[in-house]
Design a protein around this ligand. Structure first.
Ligand code: NI
Ligand code: MN
Length: 227
C-alpha cells in the first residue's frame, strides 16, 4: 500500500499510511503558501523537527483538537505538554521508537532550535521513517553534513531536502546531499515561502537529473507524492 505525502508548503507535510494520518512540522495558519488551515488538518500523530516558529506554530492547537501524539525531542515535548498537549513521545538524536504507524528515528540536523517564547528547544533533528515497508527521510532544517551517507546506507525510497538557502542548505549543497543519501527519489521543501528563500525549483530538478542518480519529484503546495 502506497504512502501518500501531501506538501502543505514550507516544511509542512501531511502523510497518510495504512489509515494513519501524520503531520510533520505543521505551519499552516501563518504560512503564505499553506493550502489548508490548522483547523482543517487531520492527525493522529504530529512530528516536530525543531523549535522554530515555522515548524511548531500550529502543533499545540492541532494536537489539542485531534488528540494526536506528538513525536519530538524531549524539550519540545515538555514545552507542548505545558500548553495542554496530552500525548507526547519524547525522543533524542539517534533514538527510534516504534509507533502505531511505523518506526520513527530521530536523526541529526545542523541548525538551531529556540522555541517561539525563547524557551530552550533542545537539539534540532530530522526524521527517518519506516512506513508500510518504505523508507522516507526528512532532513528538515539543516545544513549539508557528511553523515547523510549513514542515513542513506540502508536505502531510501524518498528523501525530502530543504533547498531554500539562507536558513538551511541551498540548491547547490542539496545536490551533494542527494549524492550522499542516494535515495531513489528526492523532493524539495523549505523554499518559495517568502522572498528570502525563493528558488528556481525546475532548475534544481534539472541539476538533480544531471548530477545524481535520483529522480526529482516536485509538487506545488497541496500536491501529492505517492511512495
Ligand atoms: Ni528552523
Ligand atoms: Mn524553518
Amino acid at each position: 500500500m502506497a504512502v501518500k505525502l501531501t506538501w502543505l508548503g514550507h516544511g509542512s507535510w501531511a502523510i497518510e499510511t495504512e489509515g494513519h494520518h501524520l503531520l510533520l512540522d505543521p505551519f499552516l495558519n501563518d504560512s503564505p503558501t499553506a493550502p489548508i488551515k490548522a483547523a482543517d488538518a487531520q492527525a493522529d500523530a504530529i512530528l516536530i523537527s525543531h523549535g522554530h516558529f515555522d515548524h511548531v506554530a500550529d502543533a499545540a492547537e492541532i494536537a489539542q483538537r485531534t488528540g494526536a501524539t506528538v513525536y519530538s525531542n524531549f524539550e519540545i515535548c515538555q514545552w507542548l505538554s505545558k500548553q495542554g498537549v496530552e500525548k507526547t513521545e519524547p525522543m533524542n538524536l539517534g533514538g527510534a521508537v516504534d509507533a502505531p504507524f511505523g518506526r520513527v528515528k530521530s536523526t541529526i540536523a545542523h541548525h538551531s532550535s529556540e522555541l517561539p517564547d525563547g524557551a530552550y528547544g533542545g537539539n534540532p533533528g530530522g526524521f527517518l521513517l519506516a512506513l508500510a515497508g518504505k523508507s522516507i527521510y526528512f532532513a528538515c532544517d539543516t545544513a549539508l553534513f557528511l553523515d547523510m551517507k549513514l542515513i542513506g546506507a540502508a536505502g531510501l525510497d524518498l528523501a525530502v531536502l530543504p533547498i531554500g538557502d539562507r536558513f538551511t542548505m541551498g540548491p547547490e549543497d542539496s545536490i551533494e546531499a542527494v549524492k550522499l543519501l542516494s535515495p531513489k527519489r528526492v523532493a524539495p521543501a523549505h523554499y518559495n515561502t517568502w522572498p528570502p528563500i525563493e528558488q528556481d525549483v525546475q532548475a534544481w530538478a534539472e541539476r538533480v537529473r544531471v548530477h545524481t542518480s535520483a529522480e526529482p519529484v516536485v509538487v506545488e503546495p497541496g500536491g501529492v507524492i505517492e511512495v
